[in-house]
Each structure stands twice: as C-alpha cells, then as structure tokens.
Design a protein around this ligand. Structure first.
Ligand code: 5GP
Length: 178
C-alpha cells in the first residue's frame, strides 16, 4: 500500500485563528491558577509550542509519551507511558495538550494515569477530534476542530514520521494500485 499527501482539511490561517481562540479561553479559565501543560509527544509538539506562546498567563510545561495503538487492537494491552511526567503533579491544575483523539483509548487511559497522581484539576485540550470514531468516552474540555473519519497528517501529526512539518492539516490518500 502506498500513500500520498491529499487535500488540505484545515489551512494554516484556520489553525492560527483557532489556537488564538483556545488560548484566549484557557487564559481566562486558568487565570490565577497553577497551570501545568502536559504535552503528549510527539504529535502535539507543534500545537503545544503555538498554544503556550499564545497564552496570556504563566504556565509550566512537561512532556509525556504514550504507546497509542495497543488498546485499539487488543483489549489486553492498555496504552501505557513510554515517557511519564517528570514533575510532581499533586495539587497542580493540569491541562493535557493532545494532537488528536480518535477511539479515545489513549486519552482515557492518560487521564486515569494522571488522575492517580492527585492533581487539583485535570482537563484536555485536543487540536483535533475524530468524534465519529469514538469507542471510549473521554472529555475534551477544549477542542480545536471536529474532523471526519480520515487519516490526517501535518502540524505535528505524522505518517511514518513524515509530514509533521507541514503548516496545515491534510488528508493522507491511498495511491490506487496500477
Ligand atoms: P486513540 O487512542 O484515540 O485511538 O488514538 C490517539 C492517537 O492515535 C493519536 O495521539 C495519534 O497518535 C494517533 N492517530 C489517530 N488518528 C490519527 C490520524 O488521523 N493521523 C495521525 N497522524 N495519527 C492519528
């Protein structure tokens, strides 16, 4: 199976405008609180970098990485940390920054793992939400865009580590066999 970059789903100016809106909401909601952004590597890195630089309030950041597709393919292997948070989470106001929520398994498990470390509050900000693919309910307090069921790349999201650098979100297309 071979793939190529397909049509643009969300343009760079659309992403920029939505990041501004999200940062505005988060800045209001977390004013005077102890905000810790938890960026989920690698896909959310570019979103996190733009979002945290647009916030109008102080924040700290840490990074986690999860093995994602385990739970989607086998109920026996739940998503787990390949890199846990480094900083203490107890009594912090944690905002998880994610690239995309698809089946919901990864985000639901991540919230469970972080909740076990006794934060004062826990919320999720995801750039993209493939809502129609959801298998496990998981809250998204700040959502960038709800998108249809397609495999997307760009603005941090990859296919085989490619396309993360694109400034927009595009659909990955299968090349028809000759
Ligand atoms: P979930 O556990 O919600 O099914 O999966 C979430 C993870 O799957 C995301 O963090 C991302 O790594 C990957 N993923 C799901 N859909 C897409 C997609 O359309 N494009 C890319 N690049 N990754 C995706």
């Amino acid at each position: 199976m071979r793939y190529r970059l397909g049509p643009t789903l969300i343009t760079a100016p659309e992403i920029r405008a939505r990041v501004q809106e999200l940062a505005g909401m988060i800045s209001l909601d977390y004013a005077g609180r102890d905000l810790l952004l938890i960026c989920v590597l690698k896909g959310a890195a570019i979103f996190w970098a733009d979002l945290c630089r647009t916030l109008r309030i102080p924040c700290q950041s840490d990074f986690v990485a999860m093995e994602s597709y385990g739970a989607a393919t086998s109920p026996l292997s739940e998503p787990r940390f390949t890199k846990p948070a480094d900083v203490a989470l107890a009594d912090r106001d944690i905002l998880i920054v994610e690239d995309i929520i698809d089946t919901g398994h990864t985000s639901a498990r991540l919230r469970e793992l972080l909740r076990a470390r006794s934060p004062r509050s826990l919320a999720t900000c995801s750039l993209l939400d493939k809502a129609e693919r959801r298998q496990v309910a998981t809250p998204i307090e700040y959502c960038g865009f709800v998108i249809p069921n397609a495999f997307v790349v760009g603005y941090g999201l990859d296919y085989a580590q490619q396309y993360r650098h694109l400034p927009h979100i595009a659909v990955l297309e299968r090349i028809p066999e000759a």
